[in-house]
Design a protein around this ligand. Structure first.
Ligand code: NI
Ligand code: MN
Length: 224
């Protein structure tokens, strides 16, 4: 069984029998977040890119708990310099951690922090709690989402819908058609005025799809 908890924006916490991870822990400065970084206790921290709404409080959580940050090479090295424990990887690479299997996949996006270039942005496919889950990070639509869905049949896909910095609603709907996950959960919307979107519209537009859309409230927890 997999427990998924949504902390708002792109931050999801996953808990299975093997352990626990958090994606993109943007908490302290996230108006949607239901917890602060001091409350997070996980084994792995997966960071898709260096933008502040994704790296968030990753270094602080790693330093306090000893959780390992998994990120593209340049970003992982940056986190190590700041005193975090990190495991550098790159797109195409996979690794079996004690807390689950992690693969890095492409994302069409940038990665920098305070003017420092931090490599490329990525997405993640993880296996944990008996489920296969795709977190695309920040990205626009790309045709190889079909390939990701084919290679790693997905139980759950988190889908950015907020536009401006990521896919807009039209592309988000098409992404679900490409990925064919059992469940799609919208993310990366309504955090800031420039990424307003209606998750119920996303659900409506996919109501005839074999994929079930689950709109999670901020702070909500669900078992899959
Ligand atoms: Ni970004
Ligand atoms: Mn973002």
């Amino acid at each position: 069984m997999l427990e998924v908890r949504y902390h708002g924006h792109a931050c999801f916490e996953l808990r299975g029998e093997e352990g626990s991870i958090i994606f993109d822990p943007f908490l302290r400065d996230n108006p949607q977040a239901d917890v602060g970084p001091e409350e997070v206790d996980v084994d792995g921290i997966l960071v898709s890119h260096g933008h502040s709404d994704h790296i968030g409080d990753a270094v602080e959580i790693s330093r306090r708990t000893g959780a390992v940050i998994v990120a593209p090479y340049e970003l992982a090295v940056y986190c190590q310099e700041k005193g975090a424990k990190a495991h550098p990887m790159y797109i195409g690479g996979s690794h079996q951690f004690p807390f689950g299997w992690v693969k890095l996949v492409q994302a069409h996006h940038g990665s920098s922090l305070g003017g420092r270039y931090l490599g490329v942005a990525c997405g993640f496919v993880v296996r944990l709690g008996g489920k296969t889950v795709y977190h695309p990070g920040d990205t626009g639509l790309f045709g190889d989402m079909k390939l990701i869905g084919e290679l790693y049949p997905l139980d759950i896909a988190f889908i950015p819908i907020g536009s401006t910095f990521t896919m807009d609603m039209d592309e988000a709907v098409k992404a679900v058609e490409f990925l064919k996950p059992e469940v799609a959960i919208p993310m990366h919307y309504n955090t800031f005025p420039v990424i307003q979107a209606d998750p119920e519209e996303f659900a409506r537009r996919l109501s005839d799809s074999p994929t079930q859309v689950v709109v999670m409230k901020f702070g909500e927890s669900r078992n899959f």
